[in-house]
Design a protein around this ligand. Structure first.
Ligand SMILES: *Cc1c(COP(=O)(O)O)cnc(C)c1O
Length: 425
């Protein structure tokens, strides 16, 4: 038996023998074979994250709709579709991905403040489960579009419970100043309006208060607020078939200790039971918590650039591959794939993009030399799905590991791919 060292909060990613592994595969050979930057995902880590939700909902009527904007690569969607998940989509493009990955449109819910008529038609055509409507104006347009097609659109209203999820302002969505959802005090009026429209059928209610939430209290508070509304809406004669509590559960990036999904839901279900809603059809929309800690991004050290104030470790991944640090000052752990005989120092780990905002980690103690491969951890969510071609950098390749099998699930984009749709005049 060889000793393995698990990384905290990163199940299925561990040091064994001389290097970092994802499940049964050492990462150096993967970096050699496919090049860097390279995203590597663990299928087992995704399924075990999903399992925690399944354990939490045992004996209940609950549908898990993976919020695919976290990572929308087709093979990732396929893993969740095969495990019985539905999908929470935010665009017609995401719907096309669900269909291409073999997902069931009858388990799709469509969120977002700015659905176009064209996207509504697309979704009505394939028969999605529910539109999560975010404004009264959207209700009118959706009814008109559905009527024009001779269809009735199933709707739920996204309500804004006005609770503070205590997370980064850019990923906090359930407060009054946010663009999302319908204000608590306008909800009953909006439901009456929805129920009066010929092209709509009210089926549910939903909320989503933010992302990377690491405490239980905001969820409990939001649930109370939503259940108060359910009682009012049903008292007005409008039945609410399902209750959707959104996503948002955080992961461990830097010693964060979010509740496990099953522990969180034990508390939430106890509240639902107490208030008499325990046997309702439930829905949730987790994204980050299903994939975030299932992925790493491998990147090669290009140059060390010692300086008077800062030492820079320049790597071949950049803000176009890993946008979270530049966008939200987010922290990702950065670890060596193998021990190195390099220079032990404190570095700013930065990419090649021509922006000072192009950094991956500040003030990291690392022993590195040019040519080493580093792993940026917790890179499964909101990395590849937010990647761009800025600086005409082709997007990275992706590998899905299943035991000792590596599947290339996305080829590296070439420069030609990045301008293939352009034309000279
Ligand atoms: C982004 C989003 C989610 C998923 O959020 P996570 O923090 O990734 O779990 C769920 N529902 C809606 C409406 C969203 O916009």
């Amino acid at each position: 038996m060889t000793a393995t060292t698990e990384l905290p909060g990163q199940p299925h990613i561990h040091y064994s023998v001389d290097q970092l592994h994802v499940e049964g595969l050492p990462l150096s050979p993967l970096a050699c074979e496919h090049g860097t930057p390279l995203f590597v995902y663990s299928k087992a880590a995704m399924l075990s994250a999903l399992d925690a939700y399944h354990r939490g909902f045992a004996g209940r009527q609950a549908q898990i709709c993976y919020a695919m904007k976290a990572n929308s690569s087709l093979a990732i969607l396929q893993v969740f579709a095969e495990a019985g998940c539905g999908f929470d989509i935010v665009s017609g493009g995401e719907l096309a991905r669900v269909l291409a990955a073999g997902g069931d449109p009858a388990k799709v819910i469509f969120s977002g403040v700015g659905k176009t008529r064209h996207e509504m038609k697309q979704a009505l055509q394939v028969g999605i489960a529910c539109f999560n409507v975010e404004s009264e104006a959207e209700l009118d347009v959706l009814s008109e579009v559905a009527k024009g097609m001779g269809k009735v659109a199933p709707v739920s209203l996204r309500v804004n419970p006005n609770v503070d999820p205590k997370t980064h302002p850019y990923i906090s969505t359930g407060l009054k100043g946010n663009k999302f959802g319908i204000a608590h005090e306008d909800t009953l009026r909006a439901y009456r309006h929805a129920a009066s429209l010929p092209g709509l059928k009210v089926v549910g209610i939903d909320c989503h208060i933010g992302s990377q939430i690491t405490e239980t209290t905001p969820y409990l508070d939001a649930m109370d607020r939503v259940l108060d509304l359910v009682a009012d809406i049903e008292a007005a004669g409008i039945p609410i078939h399902h209750i959707d509590f959104g996503g948002g559960l955080g992961i461990n990036y830097n010693g964060d200790t979010p509740p496990q999904a099953d522990a969180l839901w034990a508390q939430l279900l106890a509240k639902l039971d107490t208030r008499g809603y325990g046997q309702r059809q439930l829905m949730i929309e987790p994204g980050r918590s299903l994939v975030g800690n299932a992925g790493v991004c491998l990147t090669e050290v290009l140059y060390l650039k010692p300086g008077e104030q800062k030492n820079f470790c320049i790597v071949d991944a950049a803000m176009n591959d890993l946008p979270r640090p530049a966008m939200y000052q987010a922290f990702h752990q950065i670890v060596p794939v193998k021990p190195s005989a390099g220079q032990d120092a404190v570095y700013d780990v930065v990419g090649p993009v021509c922006e000072s905002g192009d950094w991956i980690g500040h003030d990291r103690q690392l022993q590195v030399k040019a040519g080493d491969v580093l792993a940026v951890l917790s890179a499964g969510a909101y990395c590849m799905s937010m990647a761009s071609n800025y600086n005409t950098r082709g997007r990275a390749a992706e590998v899905l590991v299943d035991g000792t099998q590596a599947h290339l699930i996305r080829q590296r984009e070439s420069a030609f791919d990045t301008f293939a749709l352009e034309q000279l005049v």
